[in-house]
Design a protein around this ligand. Structure first.
Ligand SMILES: Nc1nc2c(ncn2[C@@H]2O[C@H](COP(=O)(O)OP(=O)(O)OP(=O)(O)O)[C@@H](O)[C@H]2O)c(=O)[nH]1
Ligand SMILES: [Mg+2]
Length: 449
């Protein structure tokens, strides 16, 4: 994706469908001339003006508002024109057609924001936050996106960058003037500084991890022996009867997928056929599909009957999913086992006791899923973030730890690790980003943004 920036681009900025108003947006060097021709008027900067928009023959397409944002004080940093017309497809299509006839071309997805980025109107974190804000599925997710868009994430990255630069300047100076003696406490001082950087980074990562969870959520597969209460659990979490529940083992055959919002955490959850050896060809196919779902999920909830001996359930869970995916053992039907809801760790496995029928312990499960997703209590300060951000932050951490380890040895190696840490940080805001990555990021935007 590297379309010419000399072109003037046009696209509907509002979604298709019947609505009171539709907005067509233009950006680029010819935007003003096109607006003049369409509206037969001299557009004034940042002033809404009621105009008649006309086609090539002078016939009125619609009456609407014209807005002109001269460069560089516009969303894209270029001349931008917005035509607000009546809603529905026909009028906005006719306006677009006229704009194309006058020299504009159709904008690619995300191209307005790409131009804003290329014109330094916003950095990459902010550009991505715009797409996240539009796509946000909960108020918390929208707030996290807003925070990134406002530049909070970028500012936190910049603070780390500045501290890293100060440290690098000093170390590079020692390298450049090897004859000068190092202050005797130089190494411990630098270690302390790297530690401060690591603490700042950890804080940033926690907030980004929460944001990623709000944005991407978690994919969960419910699996376990037949009749354990898997479908009942899905229904309980969904709050409605999504799956058929009976007391006949082998009720569920096809995997049943639901999208849920559990306490602000988006969860894709799939209920599956109970795992057992069977000769029934339909059930066998169901079991095969369960195994596929288990390997795909971020997390498997292995549902077992609380009355089954724990060792048996652990063994079955390990045998079925142990190596394939991380799992949590849910001991269901505690109402029949005369047990109370609770959570504990045993042999590295999280065990939750609950009842899908009564709802006891379901809050523990939701809290557990939030924890697994990385959605901590600091959600109020979350930055909208993506996997690429977390990958970059993890690399920064790796380089800082390596730099710290080298500080008592070869200073060149420390310098190199700090340089790499800085480069990885730069990927976040887009200081060092390949065209391929830009193409990938902006291609996921909607058209007109
Ligand atoms: N008492 C009690 N009964 C439950 C509980 N959860 C599920 N059941 C009952 O157990 C039976 C099986 O429940 P399902 O949800 O269909 O179990 P499943 O694991 O989906 O079963 P398959 O689809 O056949 O593998 C039904 O009669 C449910 O009402 C629970 O927590 N307590
Ligand atoms: Mg079922």
């Amino acid at each position: 994706m590297n379309p010419s920036r000399e072109d003037t681009i046009a696209a509907p900025a509002t979604a298709a469908g019947n609505a009171a108003v539709a907005i067509v947006r233009l950006s680029g060097p010819a935007a003003l001339a096109i607006a003049r021709d369409l509206a037969r008027t001299e557009p004034r900067a940042r002033l809404a003006e009621l105009c008649a928009f006309r086609d090539g023959g002078g016939a009125v397409i619609d009456h609407g508002l014209l807005l002109f944002f001269p460069a560089p004080h516009s969303y894209t940093g270029e001349d931008v024109v917005e035509l607000q017309c009546h809603g529905g497809r026909v009028v906005s299509d006719a306006l677009l057609k006229r704009a194309f006839a006058l020299g504009a071309r159709a904008a690619q997805p995300g191209e307005f924001t790409l131009r804003a980025y290329l014109n330094d109107k916003l950095d990459l974190l902010q550009a991505e936050a715009i797409a996240d804000l539009i796509a946000s599925g909960s108020l918390q997710a929208a707030r996290a996106a807003q925070r990134s868009l406002d530049g909070e994430f970028s500012a936190a990255v910049a603070t780390l960058q500045a501290a890293l630069t100060r440290l690098r300047v000093r170390i590079e100076a020692w390298l450049d003037f090897p004859d000068e003696e190092l202050p005797f406490d130089a190494a411990p001082q630098c270690v302390a500084e790297v530690d401060v950087l690591l603490t700042g980074l950890a804080n940033l990562t926690t907030r980004a991890r929460s944001g990623r969870a709000l944005r991407d959520g978690l994919s969960v597969a419910i699996a376990g022996p037949p009749n354990a209460g898997k479908s009942s659990l899905l229904n309980r979490l969904a709050g409605y009867d999504a799956a058929i529940v009976t007391d006949i083992p082998g009720t569920t055959r096809d995997p049943l997928r639901e999208q849920l919002l559990l306490d602000d955490l988006p969860v894709t959850i799939v209920d599956t056929a109970g795992l057992r050896d069977t000769v029934d060809p339909i059930e066998r196919e169901g079991v095969r599909r369960t195994r596929v779902e288990v390997t795909r999920a971020d997390r498997v909830l292995w549902v077992a009957d609380a009355r089954t001996p724990l060792a048996t359930s652990v063994r079955e869970a390990r045998a079925a999913v142990g190596a394939e995916a991380p799992f949590t053992l849910l001991l269901n039907k505690i109402d029949l086992a005369d047990a109370s809801p609770g959570a504990n760790e045993e042999g590295g496995i999280t065990i939750l006791r609950l009842s899908a029928l009564t709802g006891a312990g379901i809050d523990l499960l939701v809290a557990h899923l939030k924890e697994v997703a990385g959605l901590g209590p600091e959600v109020a300060g979350a930055f909208s973030a993506r996997r690429r951000h977390l990958d970059a932050l993890a690399r920064v951490r790796g380089h800082l730890l390596a730099a710290r380890a080298e500080l008592t040895g070869a200073l060149e190696l420390t310098a190199e690790q700090l340089r790499r840490a800085q480069a990885a940080l730069g990927e976040l805001t887009g200081e060092l980003t390949s065209d391929d990555l830009l193409g990938e990021i902006f291609a996921t935007f909607c058209i007109g943004k």
